[in-house]
Design a protein. Structure first.
Length: 194
């Protein structure tokens, strides 16, 4: 059992018979006779719906064990993304809506870390930095001031902002959390994951 004041992002818990993954948790101590509260953002493990709720700091939860394994991305259809466990070759699927826009960054053969609860794949963790290719952007300009950005479309269809010197066909390193340009990728042609 774990009390709500000890909840941290990344944990999985059971509350009123339902499983949740903790996406965010912030503890606020109380004053005087007022007890503390933990503000949380939870994601239902079965429906992928989000729930924001505040719990008393002394409320107890059953912690669910999260197992992490390496998965290879296989393919996606309209609703789901399919992955294969690199060790057991078993397949798992995740609703596309759960991954959001980052689902478009997945390429067949890409290795990701999957999180399992009781043997069921519930989420995948994207690398912090990913090398991607620019499919379309305005022609490159080499100005004195390279601090301005222009829109660019990746091969996945996602639009990002890149510096003026980037041209169509270039590979860039992208921060997958906020979809922001980090730097131009090395020219070795290999896809790198950080």
């Amino acid at each position: 059992m774990i009390v709500s004041s000890q909840l941290r992002a990344g944990m999985a818990i059971k509350h009123e018979g339902r499983g949740y993954k903790v996406l965010a948790a912030e503890y606020h101590p109380g004053q005087g006779k007022m007890g503390g509260v933990t503000h949380t953002r939870l994601q239902d493990l079965n429906t992928a719906t989000l729930w924001e709720h505040s719990f008393r700091s002394d409320l107890k939860f059953e912690e669910i064990a999260l197992e992490k394994q390496t998965f290879e991305y296989l393919y996606a259809d309209a609703d789901r993304c399919y992955f294969m466990n690199a060790e057991t070759f078993e397949q798992g699927e995740i609703p596309r809506v759960l991954l959001g826009q980052r689902a478009d960054m997945l390429e067949p053969g890409m290795q990701v870390v999957g999180e399992l609860v009781e043997g069921k794949l519930i989420s995948v963790m994207f690398p912090d930095i990913l090398d991607v290719r620019i499919a379309e952007t305005a022609p490159a300009t080499h100005q004195q001031q390279d601090s301005t950005f222009k829109p660019a479309k990746l091969t996945s269809g996602i639009e990002v902002m890149v510096p003026q010197f980037i041209k169509t066909g270039d590979r860039i390193r992208l921060d997958t959390q906020n979809l922001k340009y980090v730097e131009r990728a090395k020219a070795d042609g290999k896809m790198r994951i950080a």
